[in-house]
Design a protein around this ligand. Structure first.
Ligand code: RIB
Ligand code: CA
Length: 311
């Protein structure tokens, strides 16, 4: 069987960029396209940053810009976490890779219509606006998706942008609800698992000790990215969110979860974007997502260092 075909939908963000590097360094995956969405920083920057990551990997995967705001709400960004550029921590040149001319939503639709049905996995690392817009505009493509793996939500860990909500879901809860109600196989990588994948100083040094430009950039990004969570949680490092999505595709054995029902709060201001994860199966609602809760963190970082060391 050949490599798994994926499209990465992303809002780089240092952790998104590391996820992109992992995907491009892994022969198990074929990245058909990268679609940028507004999230951590505005769309012009996420579209730039995705190309920075692709060029750092020495690849030429096409990058396309998608939605610059959520379906119904005003955009909320996270410069307080990722810095003004979204990739603070490493000083990298502007990309020479041109931005694709088509809109990312059109690329999602056209790719899903062109590739054989059931062969493309969507990896969502940011707000789900692009995916939801594609599904609403072209319902025929929904059934052609093999599966969705997304970083978002939290239950046992609560939220990170509000007490109740994780950032990706909070930014566009209506989009998240559309994706979770699509009927597709969805694996969710929530804060419950990413908060167990901490970028400790020792782990960051492993990237720095690779002695490569890529390793240097990753170490700089993670040094910058972790400061917010270390200060907030008093943890030994920052949670490495988005690479867990790609790592699960490559090594699902590193993770554990449960197939449960997950719904998104869209009506309440207080709990907007909360993922109501029925881990204890008390709601009677039909399970619609594989909710991950455990990770072999050492195994995850061994995979990351090994693969990124190949770039
Ligand atoms: O809450 C963490 C998520 O929000 C990650 O995907 C991070 O990159 C930001 O998009
Ligand atoms: Ca992200």
């Amino acid at each position: 069987m050949g490599p798994r075909k994926i499209i990465i939908d992303t809002d780089p963000g240092q952790d998104d960029a590391v996820a992109i590097l992992l995907a491009l360094a892994s022969p198990e995956l074929e990245v058909l396209a990268i679609t940028a969405v507004a999230g951590n920083v505005p769309l012009p920057l996420t579209a730039r940053n995705a190309r920075v990551a692709v060029e750092l990997a020495g690849r030429t995967v096409p990058v396309f810009a998608g939605c610059d705001r959520p379906l119904e709400r005003a955009l909320v960004t996270a410069e307080h976490v990722h810095g003004r550029t979204g990739l603070d921590g490493a000083d990298l040149p502007d990309p020479s890779l041109p931005l694709g001319e088509r809109h990312a939503v059109d690329v999602l639709i056209e790719t899903l219509r062109t590739e054989p049905a059931g062969t493309v996995t969507l990896c969502a690392l940011g707000p789900l606006t692009n995916l939801a817009t594609a599904f609403r505009r072209a319902p025929d493509v929904v059934g052609r998706v093999q599966q969705i793996v997304l970083m978002g939500g939290g239950f046992f860990e609560g939220g990170n942008i509000t007490p109740a909500a994780e950032f990706n879901i909070f930014v566009d809860p209506e989009a998240a609800q559309t994706v979770l109600r699509s009927g597709l196989p969805v694996t969710i990588v929530p804060l419950d698992v990413t908060h167990k994948a901490l970028t400790t100083p020792h782990r960051i040094d492993r990237f720095r000790h690779l002695g490569t430009p890529v390793g240097q950039a990753v170490a700089g990004w993670l040094d910058f990215f972790e400061r917010f969570d270390v200060e907030k949680y008093g943890s030994e490092g920052g949670p490495l969110h988005d690479p867990c999505v790609i790592a699960w595709l490559i090594r699902p054995d590193l993770f554990k979860g449960r197939h449960i029902n997950v719904e998104v709060e869209t009506a309440s201001d207080l709990t907007r974007g909360m993922t109501v994860a029925d881990w204890w199966r008390v709601s009677g609602r039909t399970p619609n997502a594989n909710w991950l809760r455990e990770v072999d963190a050492d195994g995850l970082f061994n995979l990351l260092v090994d693969r990124i060391g190949r770039l």
